[in-house]
Design a protein around this ligand. Structure first.
Ligand code: TXA
Ligand code: MG
Length: 320
């Protein structure tokens, strides 16, 4: 690890680290972020590993120019254009339907993606130099306070990141405001550095209640955390019914003598980071095939294995 003053040279070095799948802590105007290449699933998995979160949480993609939003979401709306015009760069995060290129691990399997253009010269220069959107949560360990100075990051995560760029104290000091656009309405998901009133001055009333994800027009699209529609269970010999179309999700190898309709491996080398990076996309793939049942192998509950198991347990409970 190295904590370095942000300047042209260190930002360039940090950008190379991002391009090579490493982790960079960097300043934004809200709080410091723990960043990785947002289009590289393995790099994104490292974020969860370092944060020691016991579960996955969708991440914000940070971009450096307003125009690149369209690469990550196909949604067009005049109100969104207004918001971007007025508040970007700044402490406003937009949750929108995601485009294909956004990896599932960034959104934790959701069909929506959170995007923000931060208002900090170091962040913007880093994103531009990296040539990729930077996925970043706040640079604290799970359950700790968000860092507003480089030394906070050093204290929490000093030995876990490849470089910490010191860009001084975050001027806003609280996280961005998050709003979701859904069926032509805006919903406040998290209050933050931009007030609701300021947003409403631009686009009119926004909602604060829960989004009704059970409307028939949007089956499953909005569920905050992904869970497959196909029943999912942990392996159990009794469930191996040959009259059923059963898909299997193993950790590194197929250990079961049964004709599965489809088999997916999370990581042939047995690497939990790779397994995490593949988890949501493999579940999506399995789900596409109209299976009667998905059977999954438990993984060891250490490191990223805890978050993987948390997700799988939730998915299996759901269908009891
Ligand atoms: O100011 C900020 O937003 C800072 C700086 C680094 O940009 N970032 C930040 O990230 O606070 P994080 O990961 O600590 O919080 C992001 C929040 C999480 O609560 C997450 O659940 C929510 O954004 N979020 C991300 N993607 C989402 C999505 N697709 N749908 C709903 N919520 C989402
Ligand atoms: Mg946070």
């Amino acid at each position: 690890m190295s904590l370095v003053k942000a300047n042209n040279e260190s930002i360039q070095r940090a950008a190379e680290i991002i391009k090579h799948g490493g982790l960079v802590a960097f300043p934004t105007e809200t709080v410091y972020g723990l960043g990785a290449d947002g289009l590289n699933p393995i790099a994104v998995a490292k974020i969860f590993e370092v944060k020691k979160r016991p579960s996955f949480n969708p991440l914000i993609l940070h971009i450096a120019d307003k125009g690149s939003l369209k690469k990550f979401s196909p949604t067009k709306s005049e109100k969104i254009d207004l918001l971007i015009e007025k508040f970007w760069p700044g402490p406003l995060t937009l949750v929108l339907p995601k485009s294909e290129i956004v990896p599932d691990i960034v959104t934790s399997g959701n069909q929506t993606v959170a995007v923000r253009m931060p208002n900090h010269p170091v962040a913007l220069q880093l994103i531009k130099a990296s040539g990729t959107p930077i996925a970043a949560p706040s640079a604290n360990r799970f359950g700790h306070l968000s860092p507003t100075e480089a030394k906070h990051v050093e204290k929490y995560l000093g030995d876990k990141v490849d470089i910490i760029l010191d860009g001084g104290k975050s001027s806003v000091g609280v996280e961005s405001t998050i709003i979701q656009f859904y069926e032509n309405e805006f919903y406040l998901l998290r209050p933050g550095g931009l007030s609701k009133e300021e947003i409403e001055n631009e686009i009119g009333k926004i909602k604060t209640g829960k989004i009704d994800s059970h409307k028939p027009s949007s089956p499953g699209q909005l569920s905050f955390h992904y869970s497959p529609n196909t029943p999912l269970k942990f392996f159990n010999k009794k469930l191996l019914d040959k009259d059923k179309k059963i898909g299997a999700l193993f950790f590194k190898e197929n250990k079961i003598d049964f004709t599965f309709a489809e088999v997916k491996l999370l990581s042939v080398t047995g690497d939990l980071r790779e397994a995490a990076a593949n988890l949501f996309s493999h579940l999506h793939e399995l789900e596409k095939n109209n299976l009667d049942l998905i059977l999954v192998e438990p993984v060891e509950e250490k490191g990223l294995g805890r978050a993987i198991m948390d997700r799988l347990k939730k998915a299996s409970n759901k269908l009891e």
